[in-house]
Design a protein. Structure first.
Length: 153
């Protein structure tokens, strides 16, 4: 009988040890890996950009070595009009502007109003639909049905 009690005691202690080890392992597990996060400027000095008098600015922060930047620019440049200034800012040629606004990811598109307040932004290459819809909705609220609007921020 004493032998059976010893075996039971060992089994109970072992089960407790396994349970505690599993709990500690789960508690100390690394948090899921998070992707990088990038800051988007909230205010631009329109004097730093082409056509500061235009009611809207679409600024495409890019790099000449970035394929997604090329696609982003091709979509954005079609938005240029009398009321929308569109400008590409290369990370080498306009390095000071990238530094001034803390741009650390390209492509980054910011859409700013006449006062330079950033109203929408996209990090990474947006679809043409999302980019064009964002500008259309900012210029004329209600243009894009809510079920069709995508938030690129």
């Amino acid at each position: 009988m004493a032998h059976v009690l010893q075996v039971l005691a060992i089994l109970v202690v072992g089960a407790i040890a396994v349970g505690v080890a599993a709990y500690l392992r789960r508690r100390d597990a690394d948090a899921p890996q998070q992707g990088p996060s990038y800051d988007v400027p909230v205010q631009l000095d329109r004097g730093d950009f082409d056509r500061p008098d235009a009611p809207w600015l679409v600024a495409v922060f890019s790099s000449s070595t970035c394929l997604a930047c090329k696609g982003t620019w091709e979509k954005a440049e079609l938005l240029s009009s009398d009321v929308v200034a569109v400008q590409q800012l290369d990370s080498i040629e306009q390095k000071d502007t990238h530094t001034r606004y803390g741009i650390d990811a390209v492509p980054m598109v910011v859409i700013a109003d006449a006062d330079g307040a950033v109203q929408r932004s996209f990090i990474g290459e947006p679809t043409a639909t999302d980019l064009w819809a964002a500008v259309a909705e900012l210029r004329a609220p209600g243009t894009v049905p809510p079920e069709c609007a995508h938030d690129g921020d």
